[in-house]
Write a protein that binds this ligand. Structure first.
Ligand code: IMP
Length: 197
């Protein structure tokens, strides 16, 4: 099955492709001639995922999905949350975001945090939402070089290494996005199985 994934982030693309498997061919917005930035102006992850998926669907008429992720830190009242990409600056400056997060958590003993991903799938014009959450904690220094974003600062519960110290397979097995994408995959596989009957 061919489906558009509303991202131009190469890391996300390979994480999601690995979970979905060979039965799905992911197409990027750029491959469909959509070169402008896809708008995400809502105040919730659900709203942003939905806005991105609808934008691609309106432009192409094709089946598509979009994800939106936030890091929700308990001691910061759930921040940066939906503002995770632009926490420190207007751009997606991962290093500056990580520095600001460490500064804002200085001296705080409560380091609990969670990543939450929401996926909006638009299939034959109808929207379906899927969610994935991973609980964990923020450490006080960066560790590891894999992954992207806040990965060097986040250790999931039950693990001793940050996401940035894990292989893509290890991260996918427990991550927010891995969980949300597995729900998406189960749903798409169930439809395929139903049409084959
Ligand atoms: P997005 O809007 O889904 O691209 O995610 C917003 C921001 O959250 C990104 O710019 C990253 O800083 C962060 N983020 C999203 N997914 C991950 C992840 O899997 N690991 C670490 N940071 C992430």
């Amino acid at each position: 099955m061919k489906i558009i994934f509303a991202t131009n982030n190469a890391h996300k693309l390979s994480e999601v492709q690995a979970v979905l498997g060979d039965g799905f061919t992911l197409v990027t917005p750029r491959q469909c001639g959509i070169t402008e930035e896809i708008p995400e102006e809502q105040e919730t992850l659900e709203g942003n995922a939905s806005q991105k998926a609808r934008y691609i669907h309106d432009r192409t008429g094709e089946n598509c999905f979009a994800d939106d992720t936030g890091l929700e830190v308990a001691a910061l009242g759930g921040a940066p949350g939906v503002h995770s990409a632009r926490y420190a600056t207007d751009g997606h400056d991962f290093a500056a975001n990580n520095r600001l997060l460490l500064r804002n958590l200085e001296g705080k003993s409560d380091r609990r945090a969670r990543f939450r991903t929401v996926i909006s799938l638009i299939l034959n014009g109808e929207e379906h939402l899927f969610e994935g959450v991973v609980e964990g904690r923020i450490i006080d220094h960066e560790a590891g070089h894999e992954g992207f974003g806040y990965d060097p600062l986040f250790i999931p519960d039950g693990c001793e290494r940050t996401f940035a110290e894990m292989s893509p397979e290890e991260k996918n097995a427990v991550s927010h996005r891995g969980r949300a994408v597995r729900k998406l995959a189960e749903y798409l596989h169930s439809l395929e199985a139903a049409t084959e009957k």
